[in-house]
Design a protein around this ligand. Structure first.
Ligand code: ADP
Ligand code: MG
Length: 364
């Protein structure tokens, strides 16, 4: 086990909080030794949300927010190590994604808030951070990055498989038995569902899609959502709250709409855009393996299964990996790649000019 212990920290577009995992890469498959989820305190979540759009004094606010975030990350790492009875010195590194506040590969950058120096200082552990910039510098999307790890954890020698991550944004990976891995963001996952639930239920999510399930989706509104050019763009492609945000939603939704019908239509939008993208780009897959928080939205999983029938649509749990932990584990793996000076990106996914070692290393 010595030298093979890494932690992964993931806080995604959903802004629900941070997942920390402890992974032993000396085991095959890698063993997840512990997991901590910490919800963001409300003021931190509110500021992270506010920083998704340009505003007054945003450089200063961004820096303060990165510090607060790094303290929350350090708290999650402390709790993780205490629960697993592992000393900080036993960890090779923490792979920290940071919090995306701008994703603009078209303009040559992708910004994840984080203060890796502070995180290294607070934990006493080496930190690897800023995984996306190098891929963007090499002409890539800088996203999605999880497909390389999906290939390590979930590829099968005898069948083609698609992996769906239902985070704030949804991304699909096609793992073919005998061909390069492909993958891309299909569009919104949970982010618009959460946003609308917050607005109309005052809750961070529509638990299990129960509110959405009480109304039928509106066909006209669904077509309006699906008319966005993003859905027709061929891969490589990636997106975020830069596009799929409240302003986008309100451009399509008339104020007189029944909010419950809107929620139901947003759920259908996630399911339809994934199903359409799967048919267009992952047709050879013999099953769809789903991870991310959206797996717990029973209604969403039901709609996905119905739209893709008879394709088996199943949680990654069935393949030995907790769906909530796949992304954080991917960043532990990316940190390990960085320390080994091995590439972390897949040019067949991101469109980068070539394989690149991703991340900047902050010594303990
Ligand atoms: N029981 C549930 N019912 C509906 N949605 C859920 C449930 N549990 C989690 N989710 C969704 O999953 C999201 C978190 O997923 P996650 O994979 O952490 O996304 P991200 O990587 O963007 O942070 C929540 O914001 C919520 O939308
Ligand atoms: Mg999350």
């Amino acid at each position: 086990m010595s030298g093979a212990l890494f932690a992964g920290l993931m806080s995604g577009t959903s802004l629900d909080g941070v997942d920390a995992v402890l992974v032993d890469f000396s085991a095959d498959p890698p063993a997840i030794l512990g997991h901590v989820h910490r919800a963001f305190p409300d003021p931190l979540r509110a500021e992270l949300l506010a920083l998704q759009a340009s505003g007054a004094d945003e450089l200063h606010r961004g820096a303060l927010c990165a510090n607060a975030l790094s303290r929350a990350y350090a708290g999650a790492i402390d709790a993780l190590l205490v629960a697993a009875a592992v000393a900080p010195a036993a960890l090779r590194a923490i792979g920290c994604h940071g919090q995306t506040v701008r994703h603009r590969p078209d303009a040559g950058y992708s910004i994840q808030l984080c203060n890796p120096a502070l995180l290294a200082e607070l934990t006493g552990v080496r930190v690897v951070a800023d995984f996306r910039s190098r891929d963007v510098a090499a002409g890539g999307q800088g996203a999605p990055l999880a497909p390389a790890f999906h290939a390590v954890a979930l590829r099968a020698p005898d069948e083609d498989r698609a992996i769906l991550n239902l985070g704030g944004i949804a991304n699909l990976t096609l793992l073919r038995a005998h061909a390069p891995v492909t993958g891309f963001d299909s569009g919104p996952g949970n982010c618009l569902l959460d946003l609308w639930a917050q607005r109309h239920l005052g809750a961070p999510m529509d638990e299990n899609g129960a509110w959405a399930a009480g109304a039928a989706p509106d066909a006209g509104l669904l077509e309006s959502f699906l008319s966005d050019a993003y859905f027709r763009r061929p891969p490589p492609k990636s997106t975020g709250r830069d596009l799929f945000n409240e302003a986008w939603l309100l451009r399509h939704v008339a104020p007189s709409r029944d909010p419950r019908v809107v929620q139901s239509t947003l759920l259908e939008l996630t399911a339809r855009s994934v199903a359409d993208a799967h048919r267009a780009h992952c047709a050879s897959a013999q099953r769809l393996i789903v991870c991310g928080g959206g797996v717990r939205n029973a209604r969403l999983m039901q709609r996905l299964s119905a739209l893709l029938a008879p394709l088996p649509v199943e949680s990654s749990e069935r393949h030995g990996i907790d769906p909530a932990l796949v992304e954080a584990t991917a960043f532990a793996w990316l940190a390990r790649q960085a320390l080994a000076a091995a590439p972390g990106n897949l040019p067949s996914v991101t469109g980068a000019r070539g394989p690149r070692v991703l991340g900047a290393i902050y010594p303990p």
